[in-house]
Design a binder for this molecule. Structure first.
Ligand code: AMP
Length: 222
């Protein structure tokens, strides 16, 4: 992620179902930097039954956002680890203006340049289909879609045979609330980052591999 000697944080911004997780995972793999998904971190806390997980669980089940100070504390702690020293890919964070401001301050303190933001746009109907069809490998976190990117064997991960699970918040009534939360609280970040001239628009309508190619070509040009 070092570009011109400046270490960078890359942010994937977009509504739930835009493909942020899939793309962030691929880019992090190619660039050899960590993929930091705040949603995955919360799901991990919930799974372990930690204090943070107990606070986050009911909020996540309603499709609402966890309070900013909790998210910021968790990200700050993760970014302080040595594997993030040369850059990292953020997925699902920041999601509010205060989180973006907190991230700006954090990057400044850690000697990072301005974050680079890839905004992935996808139309509403497609988002619904992607979210209701999404399945995740319980072992490695690989993401599939039963409509568009089905595994070779139903219910099993192609990579390690792990069981494919559906997220609890990928049910339709929760999905509607998550998209509403995005429109209300996260969409303003598009203009926030556009004004900082660190935002690039990516059309997320194509299949995942085509979007990855566009993302990598875009990053190579920057
Ligand atoms: P995701 O996997 O990114 O869709 O996140 C799943 C859920 O975790 C969200 O619906 C929120 O409840 C919570 N969450 C994840 N990231 C954040 C964040 N940056 N700010 C607030 N809540 C978050």
């Amino acid at each position: 992620m070092a570009s011109g000697g400046v270490k960078r944080a890359l942010i994937f911004l977009g509504p739930p179902g835009a493909g942020k997780g899939t793309q962030a995972m691929q880019v992090a793999r190619v660039q050899g930097v960590p993929h930091l998904s705040t949603g995955d971190m919360f799901r991990d806390h919930v799974g372990r039954g930690s204090e943070l997980g107990l606070r986050a669980k009911p909020i996540m089940e309603r499709g609402e956002l966890v309070p900013d100070e909790i998210v910021l504390g968790m990200v700050e702690e993760r970014v302080a680890r040595p594997d993030c020293a040369n850059g990292f890919v953020l997925d699902g964070f920041p999601r509010t203006i205060p989180q973006a401001q907190g991230l700006d301050a954090l990057l400044g303190r850690r000697g990072f340049g301005k974050a680079l933001v890839l905004h992935i746009a996808v139309e509403y109907e497609k988002l619904l289909r992607r979210l209701t069809g999404r399945r995740t490998c319980a072992t490695c976190g690989e993401i599939y879609n039963i409509y568009a990117r089905a595994p070779k064997v139903e219910g099993k991960c192609d990579k390690d045979g792990g069981e494919l699970t559906q997220r609890k918040d990928d049910r339709e009534e929760v999905i509607r609330e998550r998209i509403a939360a995005y429109d209300r609280q996260t969409k303003p970040l598009i203009e926030y980052y556009r004004a900082q001239s660190g935002l690039v628009d990516i059309d997320g309508a194509a299949d995942a591999d085509a979007v990855t190619r566009e993302v990598l070509v875009t990053l190579a040009r920057l």
